[in-house]
Design a binder for this molecule. Structure first.
Ligand SMILES: NC(=O)c1ccc[n+]([C@@H]2O[C@H](COP(=O)([O-])OP(=O)(O)OC[C@H]3O[C@@H](n4cnc5c(N)ncnc54)[C@H](OP(=O)(O)O)[C@@H]3O)[C@@H](O)[C@H]2O)c1
Length: 327
């Protein structure tokens, strides 16, 4: 990290797949942040990527980590997230790592520990809280509250993954709990506080990974009912209930743009806050601001929240019977 030049944040990207394209769409909207280098397992993937977005194609991980960058965006699949986070932190780079940040808690802890000891920023990519709608909703509730939220119901089930998608791969740590439920875990924890209990069920439908799972969780502040899947078409909205009213974050709640607050006294309040540029720009902006301000942890996606999210997914997997290599 070039500590003197604290305005421009120079990124290197590891893994140039689907989400990295969306990251670039967002990055273009962020002031004083740029793509400098990229590396992916297959050279042709990197070449296509830098041809489209600029930056230099690296031939190896070492070349990327040795390049003049401040931060690394890790956008490979979850099997390699913790290893690349550790490599990047060891090389003195800040890390924004796609969700889920690790396969399990045992893999996540050394990443968080290294970030702390190195004094570097580590943040898990968890986009919803940075969207304008989500922020506006929280602000609005400060002045016109629904009371303490006591129930969250949310889920996402998608039918549009092509058969070759890594979501179906056991080796690449796929499955609906690992690939979809990080968002649901975030929502429940954000509104209800730390989880105290979980009951999960899931089915594999002949695959090595869960194709559809549901879990209900007990939290300090209430209960959540969550689902995730690849072989049903789910509704994709979220419900948050309090004693004075309930909120619907309309589909797709993980890319939030519209919400309705339905108060006990009969009032309906509609919030409408479209997002731009694919939505990752808000999370990137936050990450860059943290770097510029010398912060080593996001106050929103804290290390503790990442621990709690992965712990919830790990316990849900244990209950549905999905263990990955080495677990
Ligand atoms: N934040 C969001 O909105 C969002 C949305 C979708 C996905 N995600 C998350 O983003 C991550 C990536 O998902 P995706 O859909 O972008 O997957 P993807 O399209 O398969 O992209 C992953 C890319 O990483 C490269 N790669 C995979 N394993 C690697 C390794 N071990 N070393 C180096 N490069 C490797 C692959 O490129 P080559 O093999 O071609 O080099 C591939 O193109 C997942 O964790 C997913 O959960 C986040």
């Amino acid at each position: 990290m070039n500590h003197e030049l604290s305005t421009m944040v120079k990124f290197g990207i590891i893994g140039c797949g689907r989400i990295s394209h969306r990251f670039m769409q967002g990055l273009k909207q962020v002031d004083d942040a740029s793509l400098v280098t990229a590396w992916s397992r297959r050279p042709e993937t990197v070449k296509q990527f830098v041809d489209q977005y600029g930056g230099k194609a690296c031939n190896s991980l070492d070349e990327l980590l040795g390049s003049d960058i401040d931060a690394v965006y890790i956008a490979t699949l979850p099997d390699s997230h913790s290893a690349y986070s550790i490599a990047a932190l060891k090389a003195g780079k800040h890390v924004l790592c796609e969700k889920p940040a690790a396969v399990n808690l045992a893999q996540l802890e050394p990443v968080l520990h290294l970030a702390k000891t190195k004094g570097l920023l580590f943040m898990e990519g968890m986009k919803p809280p940075f969207y304008p709608l989500y922020k506006r909703l929280k602000e609005y509730l400060m002045v016109d509250p629904i009371g303490a939220a006591g129930y969250v119901r949310a889920g996402s089930a998608v039918m549009d993954c092509p058969p070759e998608h890594p979501n179906y791969s056991y080796d690449l740590v796929g499955g609906s709990i690992m690939q979809i439920a990080p968002y649901e875990a975030f929502l429940a924890l954000d509104w209800l506080g730390p989880m105290t209990d979980i009951q999960a069920m899931g089915r594999f439908s002949g695959k090595q990974i869960d194709m559809f799972s549901i879990f209900q969780t007990q939290h300090k502040e209430g209960y959540a009912q969550l689902y995730c899947g690849f072989d049903l078409h789910g509704k994709g909205d979220a419900l948050i209930s309090g004693p004075l009213g309930h909120i619907t974050i309309h589909k797709n709640w993980w890319n939030p743009a519209k919400a309705t607050i339905d108060y006990v006294d009969g009032r309906l309040v509609e919030l409408d806050e479209p997002y731009v540029a694919g939505g990752l720009n808000y999370e990137i902006e936050h990450f860059c601001e943290l770097i510029r301000n010398g912060k080593t942890e996001s106050p929103i996606i804290t290390h503790e929240l990442s621990r709690q999210m992965i712990a919830m997914l790990e316990e849900a997997r244990k209950q549905v019977g999905l263990k990955f290599e080495g677990e």
